[in-house]
Design a protein around this ligand. Structure first.
Ligand SMILES: Nc1ncnc2c1ncn2[C@@H]1O[C@H](COP(=O)(O)OP(=O)(O)OP(=O)(O)O)[C@@H](O)[C@H]1O
Ligand SMILES: [Mg+2]
Length: 181
């Protein structure tokens, strides 16, 4: 009896392993379709509606960055690589795009990731960023909120690496609570 009650109150569940992969041209309209497709994938593999929405938002933010910051001049024929994966206790989104030959850009990306991690909770980073924005305005059209939203709203850990074929791989990893061991 007690075990049954606990199962109900703590919403114990299991994820279903699976992988969803797609390559798309760096076009914002194409990227938009992946919001719905990825949300469907996450629902089918055990995330609840809020979690699936948050990981679809993560998909959108990383794709938008790939379109905006990928070096499409150097590599006009390359595609954005997208992978969503549920494996064991982890839910992963990875987006790859051609990396610019600019150490300053990678440093800026790294700095932003470290800045977010420096706060006790990602919510504090979100509030701090909003304060900065309201004091300076968005002069260059980048608000710097995308990665913070992934950390705060999706509770996912953002990271990146550069592949030998000069692709930037951005990942977000989410570990749901309440899983059966
Ligand atoms: N794929 C990427 N390649 C290179 N730099 C990136 C990439 N993604 C993010 N960055 C760097 O990290 C910064 C933070 O990204 P983030 O998505 O949080 O904000 P933004 O894109 O500037 O604004 P917003 O997402 O709110 O429109 C960017 O301004 C950019 O300098
Ligand atoms: Mg962004």
């Amino acid at each position: 009896m007690r075990a049954q009650a606990n199962a109900r109150t703590h919403m114990i569940r299991q994820l279903r392993n699976g992988r969803f992969e797609k390559s798309i041209a760096p076009d914002w309209d194409l990227a938009k379709h992946l919001f719905d497709e990825s949300r469907h994938f996450f629902r089918e593999h055990g995330l609840d509606a809020d979690e699936a929405y948050a990981m679809a938002m993560t998909t959108s933010e990383l794709l938008e960055n790939a379109v905006k910051y990928g070096d499409w001049k150097r590599a006009p024929d390359e595609l954005i690589g997208y992978v969503a994966e549920v494996e064991g206790r982890a839910v992963v989104v990875e987006v790859q795009s051609p990396v610019a030959d600019d150490p300053g850009a990678l440093r800026k990306l790294d700095d932003q990731i470290q800045w977010i991690r420096g706060f006790q909770s990602p919510f504090e980073a979100y509030v701090e960023r909003l304060k900065i924005l309201s004091s300076m305005g968005t002069r260059d059209g980048t608000s710097g909120l995308g990665l913070i939203r992934i950390a705060y709203e999706a509770r996912a850990l953002v990271d990146f690496y550069v592949t030998p074929s000069r692709r930037l791989a951005m990942s977000a990893v989410y570990q749901p609570a309440g899983l059966l061991t």
